[in-house]
Design a binder for this molecule. Structure first.
Ligand code: ATP
Ligand code: MG
Ligand code: MG
Length: 543
């Protein structure tokens, strides 16, 4: 449409082509002030993806101009998680690598009459902006601004007493042209640049210049930066620098969660969640711990496409891609979350039979995935939802007199249900099994068994994860923390599993038959395996 987009001069273009050889160059510019989230996966898919498709390169650039919020921990994590998603940075750079050049260009900007040292307070700046009034310092002599800017750099001014402002256009329709701040004083050491500087460049000043110095061809960012494009080009024009092509796309929002790093930081710092990698968070570390693979996340990003329409994406779409991927890669196994004891009365005490179960029963033509051993003995456990006191037509579980098939084993018939004092709570089920397998009951249920008489099956912990927030868009709530879902995590500490799961290692993924897809959590210890439910089995994403 009518979005202003200037062109490079012939000379600038020639210089750019000489430096790049015409290579497509993009950048992914996270600020190291938190862990990356699923929105960043979309940004990476766009930035690294475009460079990859066009045989170009994508910089991983730490946009590190706010020393207070930034930490080495975040810098390290970002590099690791970018690699985990499968992206290979062409070069890794830091905006702070350019502090000297940025400073020199600021001096040049003042000399050209396009910047001035200002002494207005933050409140005054805000008030003047609203009235579209010029700062009283705006027209001070260039020499004075040069001297003061040098004094700012040398630490002769207190924080908040001086800024460098770009001399843009306070009468412009675009408020992002109202003399944006280029430099501010901060006596804070920098995680990457050390204590060399006490003045730091702003995002608006830094981003376009570093894009230009790195010869970025396509500077892709999210739509909220659209109004800053005018300032982006204004500054590069004012300095006569090469102009990258800027293009904006929709920011990803996901229902029932928050993605802003400020909010994520709050959740982590105040212990509303268990760290940046809490599986309930849509951070990439959280998704990884929950069990999502890089392929699933990138497949989701591909499905999103690169559009300019902002809407909230339902969690079901992400889960659909994760489920698809887990279905392809996971071994099947059996775990009982809420065990009910069943005694097989016609099986001799002490009898243990080793049955074989299929690792991939879903792949009919290929049994090369093998089998695992399942003991079958007199005491077995089934899911509490698979037994009822009263039968009904649409129910395929056990009930008095009814027969169900134990997966990979035999049909069993319920002969008696022992209840507690309330006559409702099921304490134990008695059943007989049919060694001849002469019936084929409709209902097939999962189960586990005592590996030896009186020996409990393997105990595992299972964590079920639900939406972190109750509302679709917690972002628009004033008290967004009050909207946290109190049931976002359910811990089942005494689920029972088939024996081979004792060998499961952190990160291993399984389908627990009939229950969903699960991944071994990082909290697991030898002898204590913990699973997160990554996604349920049922795909509720509308096709
Ligand atoms: P936040 O509010 O979470 O701090 P940000 O945009 O300041 O967001 P950065 O680390 O600066 O976060 O972002 C790095 C890149 O990732 C930017 O290009 C930004 O536009 C992009 N990005 C951040 N969040 C999203 C999102 N939700 N969807 C798509 N891209 C995003
Ligand atoms: Mg940013
Ligand atoms: Mg930010």
């Amino acid at each position: 449409g009518n979005i202003w987009r200037p062109a490079n001069s012939k000379e600038r273009l020639a210089r750019h082509l000489k430096e790049t050889g015409g290579k497509v160059l993009t950048r992914f510019p996270p600020e190291p002030n938190g862990y990356l989230h699923i929105g960043h996966a979309k940004a990476m898919f766009v930035d690294f993806g475009l460079a990859h498709d066009r045989d170009g390169g994508c910089y991983l650039r730490y946009d590190d101009t706010n020393p207070e919020a930034e930490k080495q921990e975040y810098i390290d994590h970002i590099q690791e998680i970018v690699g985990w998603l499968g992206w290979k940075p062409w070069k890794i750079t830091y905006s702070s690598d350019y502090f000297q050049e940025l400073y020199d260009l600021a001096v040049e900007l003042i000399k050209r009459g396009h910047a001035y040292v200002d002494h207005q307070t933050a409140d005054e700046i805000k008030d003047f902006r609203e009235r579209r009034a010029e700062s009283p310092w705006r027209n001070r002599p260039t020499e004075e601004s040069l001297r003061l800017f040098d004094e700012m750099r040398r630490g002769l001014w207190e924080e908040g007493t001086a800024t460098l402002r770009m001399k843009q256009d306070v009468k412009n329709d675009n408020f992002n042209m109202f003399d944006l701040i280029a430099y501010r004083i901060k006596y804070t050491p920098h995680p990457h640049a050390g204590d060399k500087w006490c003045i730091y460049p702003s995002y608006d000043y830094t981003h376009c210049i570093v894009d230009s110095l790195e010869n970025i061809t396509h500077s892709l960012c999210t739509l909220e930066f659209e109004t800053r494009r005018a300032s982006y080009y204004w500054l590069l024009e004012a300095l006569g620098l090469y102009l990258p092509h800027v293009w904006e796309y929709a920011r990803l929002s996901i229902a029932n969660t928050v993605l802003s790093k400020r909010k994520l930081n709050k959740l982590v710092t105040d212990h509303w969640v268990d760290g940046w990698d809490d599986p309930r968070l849509m951070t990439l570390a959280g998704l990884r711990r929950r069990g999502a693979s890089p392929e699933a996340i990138n497949s989701f990003c591909r499905a999103l496409g690169i559009t300019r329409s902002d809407n909230i994406i339902q969690m079901e779409l992400l889960e659909h891609h994760i489920r698809d991927d887990m279905n392809r890669r996971s071994a099947r196994t059996m775990v009982v979350l809420k065990p009910v004891r069943v005694v097989i009365t016609n099986l001799a005490e002490g009898h243990v039979e080793q049955l074989e179960a299929l690792v991939r029963p879903d792949i009919k033509e290929d049994q090369g995935h093998g089998t695992y051993k399942v003991p079958f003995s007199r005491v077995i456990y089934i899911e509490d939802t698979d037994v009822r006191l009263k039968d009904s037509k649409d129910y395929y579980g056990l009930a008095p007199g009814k027969t169900v098939m134990l997966r990979y084993a035999y049909p069993i018939t319920c002969t008696e249900i022992v209840t507690g004092p309330d006559n409702e709570t099921i304490v134990e089920v008695r059943a007989t099994y049919d060694p001849e397998k002469s019936t084929k009951p409709k209902g097939v249920i999962h189960w586990v068994s005592e590996p030896a008489p009186g020996v409990s099956p393997l105990k595992v912990e299972v964590r079920l994860i639900d939406r972190l927030f109750k509302s679709e868009n917690p972002n628009e709530l004033d008290d967004w923390l009050a909207d946290l879902n109190p049931n976002s995590k359910t811990v089942i500490s005494d689920a029972l599993a088939v024996p081979h799961l004792a060998d499961a290692r952190i990160g291993d993924k399984f389908q627990f038959e009939r229950l969903g897809y699960f991944c071994v959590d990082t909290d697991s210890k030898p002898g204590r395996t913990i699973f997160n439910r990554t996604v349920t089995l049922r795909d509720s994403y509308p096709k």
